[in-house]
Design a protein around this ligand. Structure first.
Ligand code: SF4
Length: 222
């Protein structure tokens, strides 16, 4: 996507190859197009064992694969090791979003990203997570930097993808590509809390797999 407003992007000095941790197609669409436009070499690492249930996980992952294939970008499909995810966040089930549970969730996902990057010759990792206005950039950057610091010469790139029109382009791209539009962050607790909030407002519970950017009609559930 050519966009005059998007500033020309450059990797931090001396860096040449990025492993992009992607949480979903809508969040990574702009990040992917920005790096493509800048000629940055990268692949996608999809490691999100937080996403519940598996039906939602598969939908988000397949949307991301569809867009990666369209753009000829490498896609690494990592484990869906949910048992480890639940072990890691034990005791934090009732934390609010952006709290300690989310720090552990980001830590786990970025640690695996950093390990893969280190073992496969990437010198930089970054993430699409921070483009969402629901997320705390400092919390994400902290987890990313901690994970990268485990390995010599690995950098977590803290570029703010929201700035310079990034948030608006994220929506434009999502509509253009008709990406699946998830309605909660991802884990079973965020699904629970979003449904509680919706019920408190007299709204229906979330139905998985029915909402897509740029489409008027809502698909009928299976
Ligand atoms: S709310 Fe989102 S970031 Fe926080 S633990 Fe759940 S899936 Fe992870």
């Amino acid at each position: 996507m050519k966009d005059a407003l998007r500033p020309s992007l450059a990797l931090p000095e001396g860096r040449s190859k990025v492993l992009l941790h992607s949480c979903c197609a809508p969040c990574s669409g702009e990040v992917m197009e920005a790096m493509l436009a800048a000629g940055i070499q990268y692949d996608i690492f999809f490691y999100n064992p937080n996403i519940h249930p598996v039906k939602e996980y598969e939908i988000r992952k397949n949307e991301n694969i569809r867009f990666a294939e369209k753009n000829g970008i490498g896609f690494i499909d990592a484990d869906y090791d949910v048992d480890n995810w639940f072990d890691r966040i034990k005791g934090l089930e009732n934390e609010p979003e952006r709290g300690e549970r989310c720090t552990k969730c980001f830590d786990m996902r970025f640690e695996r990203t950093a390990l893969y990057a280190y073992e496969h010759g990437y010198d930089t990792i970054t993430s699409s997570l921070g483009i969402s206005r629901w997320k705390d950039m400092n919390q994400i950057n902290g987890s990313g930097e901690r994970a990268a610091s485990r390995y010599e010469n690995l950098l977590y790139w803290t570029y703010n993808w929201r700035k310079h029109g990034g948030s608006a382009r994220m929506i434009e791209i999502s509509k253009r590509e008709e990406f699946y539009q998830q309605e909660y962050c991802g884990c079973v607790y965020s699904l629970r809390d979003t449904n509680r909030h919706r019920r408190s407002q007299g709204r229906d519970r979330i139905t998985l797999g029915v909402k897509f950017y740029g489409r008027e009609e809502i698909l009928k559930p299976d």
